[in-house]
Design a protein around this ligand. Structure first.
Ligand SMILES: CSC[C@H]1O[C@H](OP(=O)(O)O)[C@H](O)[C@@H]1O
Ligand SMILES: Nc1ncnc2[nH]cnc12
Length: 294
């Protein structure tokens, strides 16, 4: 199983509008089994500019699965089983700030998790762990993404807070205004618990949020509609693919393990005494936590 010391493998989780990655060599769609159930789709394995890459369309090809029904645990566990060491998530978001118009890319650095109907941890009765989420994304991978964006001629804002709502309905105006008062920058429905689970599974995680709309707070945008979002989404998705192409060779050169601690997040996290651990729970966590459960 991969850990941070392994050869880097870049995992890409593609959000709305990003259902494929072009330019891959040796490409093959393949199922990856997980004890946590079915993943959103098969994984696309290949190489991009010499870098091993594994791609998963978050909602499945053709966008079949809504945010609350995504099997986040299976997706992240299977990424780990596929050898992935660093995950780049690309997502469509609404903007909560005038200065982040549609078309803007934000390299997110914080989240406010307002989701309430999702399983948020790999750990449960029989094996309890508490990881730090103070810094929910990997600064090192963020640096690579920022440099890659510059090289690809893509303007990307470094830093921003992503409010994760349950959905699938868009926000009310009162909610949208509340999130603005909280200082949030963008709003979406998918990056939690994805980021939490990536941390538990000891993988670097970075998120590029691609603005498609101004949400409903904006005086010129009375209501958010999928039609309007999709128009912006298609242009954003092309630039996302260029960004991925530029990120891939940068990951190849990275040293291991992650100096920010992503690959050792479980070192001081498990609290359950050895003699009361549930073997079934421990068994399921062979990929996620095998490094510290040996
Ligand atoms: C298509 S608009 C709403 C939809 O788009 C975002 O998904 P993703 O983060 O996977 O790009 C948003 O979170 C909603 O799920
Ligand atoms: N305004 C919005 N709210 C939630 N998720 C979104 N995804 C894209 N735009 C969004």
């Amino acid at each position: 199983m991969a850990d941070g010391h392994s050869t880097p493998v870049l995992g890409i989780i593609g959000g709305s509008g990003v259902y494929d990655i072009d330019g891959l060599t040796n490409k093959e769609w393949r199922r990856v089994d997980s004890p946590f159930g079915p993943t959103s789709d098969e994984f696309l394995f290949g190489e991009l500019n010499g870098q091993k890459l594994v791609f998963l369309p978050r909602h499945g090809r053709g966008h079949r699965i809504p945010p609350s029904e995504l099997n986040f645990r299976a997706n992240i566990d299977a990424m780990k089983r596929a050898g992935v060491t660093e995950i780049l998530s690309v997502s469509a978001v609404g903007s909560l700030k005038e200065e982040l118009p549609p078309g803007t890319f934000v390299i997110v650095d914080q989240f406010i998790d307002r989701t309430f109907a999702r399983t948020k941890s790999f750990f449960e009765t029989g094996l309890v762990a508490h990881v730090s989420m103070a810094h929910p994304v990997c600064g090192r991978l963020g640096d690579l993404v920022e440099a890659a964006a510059r090289e690809a001629g893509i303007i990307a804002v470094r830093g921003g807070t992503y409010l994760v709502m349950e959905g699938p309905q868009f926000s009310t105006q009162a909610e949208s205004n509340l999130y603005r008062q909280w200082g949030c920058d963008v709003i979406g429905m998918t990056n939690m618990p994805e980021a939490k689970l990536a941390r538990e599974a000891e993988m670097c995680y970075a998120s590029v949020a691609m603005v498609t709309d101004y949400d409903c707070w904006h005086p010129d945008h009375d209501a958010v509609t999928v039609d309007a979002i999709v128009k912006v989404l298609l242009a954003n998705a092309d630039r996302a693919r260029s960004l991925v192409k530029a990120v891939a060779p940068k990951v190849t050169g990275r040293s291991a393990p992650c100096a920010k601690g992503c690959h050792t997040a479980l070192d001081n996290a498990i609290i359950t005494h050895g003699e009361v651990r549930d073997p079934a729970v421990v068994g399921r966590l062979d990929a996620v936590a095998g490094r510290v459960l040996k």
